[in-house]
Ligand binder design. Structure first.
Ligand code: NAD
Length: 280
């Protein structure tokens, strides 16, 4: 039977360690602070933002929210980011996505000072990840790697297959696995013979966003399965991408949804805010 990777437990442990770090910073007169920008109304985003504020409260990080009208102009958004970039009391800036379509999210990410870019979406940080320099790694990829490390799962030399090539999960995760010396294959919606590729994976990571896209016949015996997907079923349940129950007796490790990667994503934001406050 697979070991169930307990993201909740690992995230809790990491948050306790991060709380200590916040206290140490405060003793040095540094009060870590996050600015969150949210534009318009989006139910899921509202939940994410609420969770982020709770996590900040828990570890003692200060928090300032900027709720902007859906109709704002790009200029107003860029001016706000500029203002926050200049404020010495703000260490991290987070722009909650999605943002309304008339606004250019890339332009906005580019505007966030790379030293305050706790999401790791600014091209400077993306580039640093590519060349293997220390940087802000996007929270979900960072959380996935931390989970593997906490369970002493070897990455070096392993065949890692990532399904999904988004800028926030698939691409940075593939790059980070490569930096950790895995042999990485990236699959996506246009990939032919997906099963042929996934069945060779020692570590299989799904970031697709479709329930049961990973079935028992697609995975290798004793593979490590990391399920990044978050999907809502018609009856309101949250499930991942993986046919979890039917994989349990075939694989060596598996993450549940909920209670897996999602918890780590939240903890890694705290990690990145502290990193920004430390000025590292
Ligand atoms: P996205 O929609 O930007 O990317 C999905 C990727 O899946 C694309 O690259 C696409 O090519 C690929 N894809 C789609 N259908 C496919 C198929 N049938 N076979 C192979 N590849 C296919 O999504 P995203 O933002 O990267 O998020 C992916 C999933 O992860 C979503 O469910 C999202 O909710 C979830 N997510 C979870 C966390 C977390 O903390 N756990 C964080 C971010 C995103």
């Amino acid at each position: 039977m697979a070991v169930i990777i307990d993201g909740r437990e690992v995230a809790k442990k990491i948050k306790e360690e991060l709380k200590e770090k916040v206290n140490e910073l405060k003793e040095k007169g540094i009060y870590p602070k996050l600015a969150v920008i949210m534009i318009g109304k989006d139910k899921a985003s509202e939940i994410y933002v609420r969770n982020k504020s709770r996590d900040c409260d828990y570890v003692g990080i200060e928090y300032e929210e900027f709720f902007l009208e859906e109709s704002i102009t790009m200029e107003t958004l860029l001016n706000l980011i500029d203002e926050l970039n200049k404020r010495d009391d703000i260490h991290g800036i987070l722009l909650q996505s999605p943002i309304p379509e008339h606004l250019d999210i890339r332009k906005a990410f580019n505007k966030i000072d790379y030293r305050k870019d706790v999401d790791g979406f600014n091209p400077i940080n993306v580039g640093k990840l590519l060349i293997g320099e220390d940087t802000f790694i996007p929270c979900t990829p960072l959380g996935v790697i931390k989970l593997l490390e906490q369970y002493n799962i070897q990455i070096e030399g392993k065949n890692a297959v990532v399904i999904g090539r988004s800028n926030i999960v698939g691409k940075p995760l593939s790059q980070y696995l490569l930096n950790k010396d895995a042999t990485v294959t990236v699959c996506h919606s246009k990939t032919k013979n997906l099963k042929e590729i996934t069945s060779k994976a020692d570590i299989l990571i799904s970031a697709v966003g479709k329930p049961k896209v990973i079935t028992r016949d697609m995975v290798k015996e004793n593979a490590v399965i990391i399920d990044v997907g978050i999907n809502r079923t018609p009856d309101g349940k949250i499930v991942g991408d993986v046919d979890y129950d039917n994989l349990l007796d075939k694989v060596s490790y598996i993450t549940p949804v909920p209670g897996g990667v999602g918890q780590m994503t939240r903890a890694m934001l705290i990690n990145n805010i502290i990193k920004a406050a430390e000025g590292k």
